[in-house]
Design a protein around this ligand. Sequence first.
Ligand code: COA
Ligand code: AMP
Length: 633
Amino acid sequence: MNTYEEDFKKSLTNPEEFWADAAQGITWYKKWDRVLDDDNSPFTKWFGGGEMNTCYNCLDRHVEAGRGEQDALIYDSPMTNMVEKYTYRQLTDIVARFAGGLDSLGIKKGDRVIIYMPMIPEAAIAMLACARIGAIHSVVFGGFAAKELATRIDDAKPKTIIAGSCGLEPGRIVEYKPLLDDAIDIAEHKPSSCVILQRPESIASMKEGRDVDWKELAVASKPIDCVPVAATDPLYVLYTSGTTGVPKGVVRDNGGHAVVLKWSMKHVYDIDPGDVFWAASDVGWVVGHSYIVYAPLLHGCTSILFEGKPVGTPDAGTFWRVIQDHKVKALFTAPTAFRAIKQQDPTGSLISDYDLSHFKTLFLAGERADPDTIIWAQDKLNVPVLDHWWQTETGWPMGANCAGYGIKPVKLGSSTLPVPGYDIQIIDEEDPSKIIPAGEIGVIAVKLPLPPGTLPTLWNNDEGFISSYMAEIPGYYKTGDAGYIDEDGYLFIMARTDDIINVAGHRLSTGGMEEVLAEHKDVAECAVIGAKDQLKGQIPMGFVVLNAGVSRADEEIVKEVVALVREKIGPVAAFRQAMVVKRLPKTRSGKILRGIMRKIADGEEYKAPATIEDPKILEEITEVLGQAGYPKS
Ligand code: COA
Ligand code: AMP
C-alpha cells in the first residue's frame, strides 16, 4: 500500500488514475467511458458510461464469492431485548424478495420511495431493495414530525412510502403511522401506496386501497434480480437542514458512491472484509446511510444496527456490551454519545465488566470532538480515538486520521489531515480570491472538482446547488464550516458560518425554527440561536418579541411556542427554551445580531458592530439570559 502522502498527492494530481484504481474494488456490468467528466463543472460526473448495481455489490457478489454464511447485518436492540443476525445469503434473499414486492407495486427504476422507519433491519432491507431495482430512496429520520415529512413528500414525490408502525424511545412508543397519515394529508403529492411494517409494540390501522402490509407483500412476492443502473444515476436523496425551513435534497449517485465507500473502509477506518463495524447512528442520517448500510456491506463486513441509546438502555455500559457480544473492531459515533456515557459513569467503571479485546479504534464525527471527551475515551478505552469531519453533502469524510495508512499523531481538537480526494483550503471571508495562510481562521472550502461520492447536485434544484455551495467562492465548494489549517497541515473545524446548529450530533436549522415561532399568533419577531450545552454540544434557544397589546403571561406563550416547534419540526429539535424579550438587537439595516446573542449566552467576549441600532438592547438580552442562568459556569 502507498503512504498517505503518496496517495493524497496522486488523488489531486491524477484523480482519474487514482479513482480508476479504487474502482477495481467494485463489480461493473459495463466499464465507464470516462473516469472524470468535468465538462459541465460544477456538475461533475464520475465514471460516466459505467453501469453497475449498488445492491449487487453489497450483497449478491459476496454470496457468489463464498461469503454467504458470514453475518452481514446484526440487529441489536436493547429496546426490544432482541438480537437478530442475517447472513449475506439470508439478507440477499430477503432483499430480493422485498424488491420483488416493490416491483409488484409498480415501482420502477428512477421512481422515488420514501422510507420512514426506526432502527430496525427492515429499514436497511428497504434501502437495499430500492437500490436493487434502481428506485431512488429517501429516508426520513423518525424524530421528524408530520410537517417535515410532508415537505419531503412534496419535494421527492414518492410513488410509495415504506414506514414502520412505530419507533421506540426510552419510556414511550412513537406512533409513526398517524404521523405518516397526517403528513400525506398535509402534502399536495399523494403516494399511490404505503407499505407498513407492523411492529408488535403498536399495530397501526391500515387505509384500504392504499396501505399494504410489509409481511404479506414480502411473502407473496417473487425474488427479483439486480437492475443495471448508470454510475451517474441517483441511488438516494437525503434531505438535510439548510439555512431556511426548506430542507435540501442531497443527491447521491451509484457508481462514485460505491467506489469511495468501499475504498474508505480500508483507508480511513482500517477495516478488512470479514471485520465487524459499528456505526452507532441512525439510518435517517448520512452516517447511517454510508456506514451502517452501504460501506460495510460493500466491503464484505458485518454491520451492527443498534436500536437503543448510549445511556438508559439499560445503562451506560450498553456500548461495551455490544462491542463485546459482536466482537466489534471499530465503533463510529458522535462525541455527544460519549459525553452522555461519561456523565453517567464518570470513572468508566462499567467498561471493565466487558471483554473489549477485539476493539481497535474509536471514530468520532458529527460535531466538534471536544478535547475532554477525547481524553476521557483514550484513558478509559485504551484505543486510538480519532476525530473525523464530514457532511451529508460529501457522504464520506473530508478530514480524517486515515487509519489504514497508519495512524498519525493525534492533535486534540483537530480532525487531522485532508482525506485523499479533497483539496481543502481556508479562504478569506471578505475576499474569496484570497487563500489564508496557516494558522488563521477562515471559511473552509474544497477546490473543485469534488471527489466521487459527493453530491452531484440537489434534487430538482440545480440552481440551489450552485447558490448554496458553488457561487460564493468561484472554483470551490463552500463547506459552510469555518476553521484553520496549522503549520503541519492539520485541520481544525471551529464553527458553522450559517444558521445551522448541531444538537446531539443532529444537524438542525435555526432558520427553520424561527419560521415556526413566527407562525405563533402573538409573536411579532423572533430569533433562534444555538447555545453551548455540556451534553448535546449545542441546544436551540428562542427569543420572541410579542405583538403590541398581548397581555397573556410570558410563561404561557413560551410553553406554546415550545410545543409548536415539537409539533412542526419534531422532538429531535430539542427545543425547550424560549424567552420573551422586548426587542431584538439589530444593525441599522435590520440584520438581527444572532452571533452576538450566542456569545452572550455562552459567556464569550463580543464587540458590538458600529452599525448597531441600539446598544442598550444587548444589555436587555444579557439581563434576560442572566435570569435564565446564562452564561452557564
Ligand atoms: N424517533 C422519534 N423520536 C426521537 C428519535 C427518533 N428516531 N430520536 C430522538 N427522538 C426524540 C427523543 O426521544 C427526545 O424526545 P424527548 O424530547 O421526548 O425526550 C428528543 O427527540 C431529543 O432527542 P436527543 O437530542 O437525541 O436526546 P436524548 O435525550 O433522547 O438522547 C443522546 C441524548 C446524547 C443520548 C442522543 O442524542 C445520542 O445518542 N446521540 C448520538 C447522536 C448520533 O448518533 N448522531 C448521528 C451522527 S453520528
Ligand atoms: P451533517 O451533515 O449532519 O453530517 O453535519 C455536518 C456538519 O457537522 C459539518 O458541516 C460540521 O459543522 C459538523 N461536523 C461534522 N463532523 C465534525 C467534526 N469532526 N468536527 C467539527 N464539526 C463537525
